[in-house]
Design a protein around this ligand. Sequence first.
Ligand SMILES: C[S@@+](CC[C@H](N)C(=O)[O-])C[C@H]1O[C@@H](n2cnc3c(N)ncnc32)[C@H](O)[C@@H]1O
Length: 139
Amino acid sequence: MTWVAGSFLDPAVLAPHGPFDRILAVESFQCAGPPESSLHALWSHLAPGGRLVAVMPNAACPIVQRAVASLAGNLWAITPEAMQAELAALPGLARYAMRGLSFGADQWVSPYEVSPWAADAAAWPLANRMMIVVERRSA
Ligand SMILES: C[S@@+](CC[C@H](N)C(=O)[O-])C[C@H]1O[C@@H](n2cnc3c(N)ncnc32)[C@H](O)[C@@H]1O
């Protein structure tokens, strides 16, 4: 494994090591700037047939909205609808899936309840987080 320090928004950081078959971005989109910028930056480093998995705050959640407001300029979030539009427009897209993560009833066992896969966020209206899986077409 090679450890690289730097911003994934900077092509010079990842390009020498890619393209990548798998990219995991767990709770990093919200700290890097507008989530669509992070999505596009990482997508550009994904190999044909590769898969990107990301977990991020759901901007439709009132708790997230308050956090983004109080940390304006340092914390970002995107709604499921806006993320879905970004995913659907990715060049070379094979398929994508989304689901919500809501606060668990038993936080000791697991902090989040995970919804079924459903791009329509009406299926997971209370989600505090969302997970996306997006796959690039094979060459
Ligand atoms: C909320 S922490 C999450 C850390 C860890 N992934 C986790 O789930 O516990 C956000 C992380 O995103 C990283 N981050 C923020 N902007 C980034 C960027 N442009 N490129 C790479 N990582 C970034 C920060 O360094 C920080 O480690």
